[in-house]
Design a protein around this ligand. Sequence first.
Ligand code: URA
Length: 476
Amino acid sequence: MRSTSAHARVTATVDPPWDAGAWRSAARAALCAGLPPEQLDWSGGAQGSLLGGLDLAALPAQRSAPRVPSEFLALADAVLCHRADDRHGLLYRMLWRIAEGERALLLRAADPDVHRARTMAQAVRRDTHKMKAFVRFRAVPGADEEYVAWFEPDHWIVDRVAPFFARRFAGMRWAIVTPYRSALWDGRTLAFAPGGMRADAPAEDAREALWRTYYANIFNPARLNTTMMRAEMPQKYWKHLPETALLPALVREAGVRVREMAERAHQAPRRRIPAAPAAPAPAPGGLDALREAARDCRRCPLWQPATQTVFGEGPGDARTMIVGEQPGDEEDLSGRPFVGPAGRLFSRALDELGIDRGSLYLTNAVKHFRFEPRGKRRLHRRPDVAHVEACNGWLRAEIAQLRPARIVCLGATAARAVFGPGVRLTEERGLWRTRDDGVRAFATVHPSWVLRQGDPAAQAQAYAGFVDDLRLLTAA
Ligand code: URA
């Protein structure tokens, strides 16, 4: 390729320096002008003008833009968020080589440019993952539903990650402040502003005490693996996370607690229906505070693909609690339990029995939707035991808070979450039991099981059985 002005240096400016659109248009102009990498000075932002040199935009095009593999563009998008100053030049060198005929460049993993770009992209992806996992919003005192989080990313990832938070916390107004840039969401529009300081985010809020209580309850000393913990949750993030204040003590006591657990397991023969774990004391702030705390739950990986936490809903003095399995597609999108097809069937049964749905507290054993993507659809997947266990602290806290007189478990997952892992729905269906905390409970089938019955006659029969079970509520 013939280069434009034989040896004159040209300055390409990318502003802001992580912006993929700005880099792409500068790189395209340079490539079309036939500028080899060694003739270009890359700079991020306003200092570009200080470098002098020819104006890239003023150079005449000598050829049309070449086609670039989409894999390169995706790699470039990530590399541009890396802090290394040489990244713009590195990417342009790779682009130049591809345009000059090395179409399979990205397949050569040992090539120094490819290796460096991939390492940088990996660091950015890891930082992105950490930001998604470790940002903690705090309520702004005196403001209605406004939250601020402070975070210190290693790379320039705020613009890359902010849309994720806008989708996940669409219903809140929030700001994420970092030292170099802030992202702001007003419920409709995502905007960016200069960075700030840690003091710009409020100090600990009430939800954090709840979160710590929950964390201490679900911490399992027998599963302690401090090496993995450090790898997954590097210490630099600890200061943002309310639960980490507990870790030194929990880790110190883990050995003793595991020995105690082993002794208890040895002494106590396993009961077919194990006792429900001791209920935590009612938390300050009530169900609303619990619901707030559960928004940020990361106790199992289900939070990640789900839209939001679907917490329980109903009057704070409800006498009856209904426990389902997990939110479905419609619940995940709306953030409310039992609003999809199974919820509608359940409402129909309640209507027939003259039970006011508005008087019930409705919740689920697992508070995030587990699904498998199939094209545009999201197919329900039953939660694993580990998901039910991870979520059980929330259910126990809801029971402790509400203190219902009775609980109805819809389906086997709910029954295990309420009674313990040994319960069998086929044996327990429609039988009142009294839990160790004095709350009476029974299990019936899940309304989605009724909906899954093949022919109309089987479905009608299953439905009649379901209504019959729920009739227990009218007599109790
Ligand atoms: N199925 C459930 O178990 N819970 C819901 O909230 C919806 C469907």
